[in-house]
Ligand binder design. Structure first.
Ligand code: NAD
Ligand code: TYD
Length: 344
């Protein structure tokens, strides 16, 4: 018999960075939630990210692909809430090869939405989109109603999924909400993204490849502030609505790099200015008035959060050294991405 006092939550991509933080947060915060993680365990998804909750009595891990309807659809159809994080997520990889981004981010989302459309019990489908769908923002901040102008294959595939999810609300009344968060930071982020890559390099005195003039701006959001926003939106969001989630910490990459050097205790001789990313979006910035109007605000101060994040990577070498030192796929990517990249 189904226990009606329990809420069944399906988390796709729950073995990735944000997904694993969300699974941990959800199990801690909601004693009545049973959480199923569906994850393909690509290079970015790792069982290690869920090491402390793998055997949790209210957590169930399924190794599978969201594009495989035979695996994914029954899980969607038996869920009360779907939080859809699964995606290919790294802009640089999308510039090298976009196929997996179209497959997972667009087609995979389609598979989940088709199952959601058939589900009699689904109360909430959270489409995790990104602030990158707005494209580069010269001045001011993007509001939820602004035009989408994605400029790289990652953000374009996310924009496709974002609008596809919206269409399933408008057409079939699937209870979709769409969230567009800014750049996240915190523990368990794969060491290809700028903060964990730079911190782990600096710990080992390896130079950090700063793209272009270092003047590109990202708005940093602590992953737990993101989880708290999602929790609020699952409970109080309106179907068919879009919600921006931003940390309010707009920082130039060069300044971020100097903060990391200071926190790791290294000097600027370790900065290696390199050729810019193709089509590099100059700045992202989102207006968060809509979400703040619902009572959310970020709780983690940026400098404090950054310090704790650096300390986490310093304390948890068991987590990143096997990837950086022994994973041949990771080494091949690093060589392709940075090996022959000209210095500036
Ligand atoms: P991540 O790359 O760390 O994790 C992605 C996870 O999805 C991995 O566990 C991977 O194994 C899984 N996955 C990939 N393809 C899959 C498939 N076909 N089937 C099942 N699982 C699959 O990414 P992240 O940084 O945790 O991002 C999570 C979500 O948040 C993504 O949708 C991303 O677009 C969005 N987002 C990320 C940020 C950020 O700063 N990291 C900001 C805004 C939005
Ligand atoms: P990244 O972490 O890849 O996130 P996103 O591209 O989704 O914002 O990059 C964050 C910023 O850091 C971005 O402006 C590109 C820059 N960057 C570097 O300068 N060097 C690097 O090696 C990487 C990975 C990123």
């Amino acid at each position: 018999m189904t226990d009606t006092t329990q809420t069944t939550v399906l988390v796709t991509g729950g073995a990735g960075f944000i997904g694993s933080n969300f699974v941990r947060y959800a199990l801690q915060t909601h004693a009545d939630w049973r959480v199923t993680t569906l994850d393909k365990l690509t290079y970015a998804g790792r069982r290690e990210n869920l090491h402390d909750v793998m055997d949790h009595p209210r957590h169930h891990f399924v190794h599978g692909d969201i594009c495989d309807a035979a695996t994914a659809s029954p899980l969607v159809e038996s869920a009360d809430i779907v939080v859809h994080f699964a995606a290919e997520t790294h802009v640089d990889r999308s510039i090298l090869a976009a196929g997996d981004f179209i497959r997972t981010d667009v087609e995979g989302t389609f598979v989940l939405l088709e199952a959601a459309r058939r589900s009699p019990r689904l109360r909430r489908f959270v489409q995790i989109s990104t602030d990158e769908v707005y494209g580069s923002v010269a001045e001011g901040s993007s509001a939820e109603t602004d035009e989408l102008r994605p400029r790289n294959p990652y953000s374009a595939s996310k924009a496709g999924a974002d609008r596809l999810a919206y269409s399933y609300w408008a057409t079939y009344d699937v209870p979709v909400i769409i969230t567009r968060a800014s750049n996240n930071f915190g523990p368990y982020q794969f060491p290809e993204k700028v903060i964990p890559l730079f911190v782990t390099n600096l710990i080992d005195d390896i130079p950090v490849p700063l793209y272009g003039d270092g003047g590109n701006v990202r708005d940093w959001l602590h992953v737990l502030d993101h989880c708290r926003a999602l929790d609020l939106l699952i409970r109080q969001g309106q179907s068919g609505e879009v919600y921006n989630i931003g940390g309010g910490n707009e920082v130039r990459n060069a300044d971020l790099t100097h903060s990391l050097l200071r926190l790791v205790g290294k000097d600027e001789t370790l900065i290696r200015p390199v050729e810019d990313r193709k089509g590099h979006d100059r700045r992202y910035s989102v207006s968060t008035n809509k979400l703040r109007g619902m009572g959310w605000k970020p709780l983690v101060a940026f400098e404090q959060g950054l310090q704790e994040t650096v300390e986490w990577y310093a304390r948890n070498e068991w987590w990143w050294r096997p990837v950086k030192e022994r994973d041949p796929q990771y080494k091949a990517y690093m060589e392709q991405q940075y090996g022959s990249r000209p210095s500036r």
